[in-house]
Design a protein around this ligand. Structure first.
Ligand code: HPA
Length: 248
C-alpha cells in the first residue's frame, strides 16, 4: 500500500475518502499522530501528518523511527513524503515543486537508525541512491499528468532546525552542491531504506534560502503561508495521479 507523509501545510489530505483512523504504538514510541486510512480515486492509502495534525511537533522532535515503523507495520510498501524547502539553486523559486535525487544530512542528535543496541549485529545499508528511483519516476509522471511542473532531481540538504540557516551557512551549503534545504528529510529517508520501503520526496519550495532572493536581509517568514497553501493544492493534484502507480 502507498503511504503519504504530509509536512508543513499538508496536515490532511482533503481529497482522501477516509475509512478509519488508527492510533499506533511501536517499539520506538508513538508516531506523530493517528494513521488515517482511506482511498483516492478508489486507490487505498494511508496518511500521516509528520508534525502532528495540529502542527505541534518541530522537525527535531519528530519521532521518525516510530513513524516509519508504524507505516510499515500497517502494510506500507511505498512512501511519498512531502516536505517544504528553501531554495538555493538559481533556477528554483518559491512555489516550485521538485523531486530530489540526492541528500546531504546535516542533522544531529536525532534517533537515526533501527540498527543500534549492543545485542544486534553491526548492519550497514547502501545509501548511494537515497531515494527510490521508481517512486521518483512515478511522482514525475504523475506531475506531468496533473499538468504541474516538477523539477527532476536535485540535492536536498537537511539541517537540524528549528532555526533557519545563516547566510554563511547557505553559502557553505551551495559550495557543498546543495540545491534546496529543509529540516525533515533525514533521518526519514535512511530509516525508510533500513525498513526496505520504497521512498521518495516531493519538495515544495516555500522560500529563498537565507541571504538569497528576497531573503537577502532575512527570510520573510510571514509570506511563507501565502506560498504554501496554493503549492500544497498542486501537490494534492499530483498525489491524485501518483496513487495509481504500482511499484513496490
Ligand atoms: N531552510 C531550512 N528548512 C526550510 C527552509 C529553509 O530555508 N524553508 C523551509 N524549510
Amino acid at each position: 500500500m502507498l503511504a503519504i507523509i504530509g509536512g508543513t501545510g499538508l496536515t490532511q489530505l482533503t481529497n482522501l475518502k477516509i475509512s478509519h483512523r488508527q492510533v499506533m504504538r511501536t517499539p520506538y514510541g508513538e508516531p506523530s499522530g493517528p494513521m488515517t486510512f482511506g482511498t483516492i480515486n478508489e486507490h487505498e492509502l494511508m496518511f500521516l501528518a509528520r508534525h502532528g495534525y495540529g502542527h505541534t511537533i518541530p522537525p527535531h522532535e519528530v519521532n521518525y523511527r516510530a513513524n516509519l515503523w508504524a507505516l510499515r507495520d500497517q502494510g506500507a510498501k511505498r512512501v511519498i513524503a512531502v516536505t517544504s524547502v528553501g531554495c538555493i539553486r538559481p533556477d528554483l523559486a518559491p512555489g516550485m515543486l521538485a523531486v530530489p535525487d540526492q541528500i546531504i544530512d546535516y542533522t544531529f542528535g536525532r534517533s537515526f537508525t533501527y540498527f543500534d543496541g549492543k545485542d544486534k549485529t553491526v548492519t550497514h545499508i547502501d545509501f548511494t541512491k537515497p531515494y527510490s528511483e521508481k517512486i521518483r519516476q512515478q511522482i514525475l509522471a504523475a506531475a506531468k499528468r496533473a499538468g504541474e511542473k516538477c523539477v527532476d532531481g536535485g540535492v536536498h540538504a537537511v539541517t537540524q532546525g528549528p532555526r533557519l540557516e545563516t547566510a554563511a551557512e547557505v553559502n557553505r551549503l551551495e559550495r557543498d552542491g546543495v540545491d534546496m534545504v529543509g529540516m525533515t528529510g533525514m533521518p526519514e529517508a535512511a530509516l525508510a531504506k533500513e525498513l526496505g520501503l520504497a521512498y521518495a520526496t516531493i519538495a515544495v519550495v516555500v522560500n529563498y534560502a537565507a541571504g538569497r532572493g528576497n531573503s537577502r536581509d532575512g527570510v520573510p517568514l510571514e509570506t511563507i503561508g501565502a506560498v504554501i497553501s496554493p503549492a500544497m493544492e498542486r501537490v494534492k493534484s499530483v498525489l491524485e495521479f501518483a496513487v495509481s502507480g504500482d511499484g513496490d
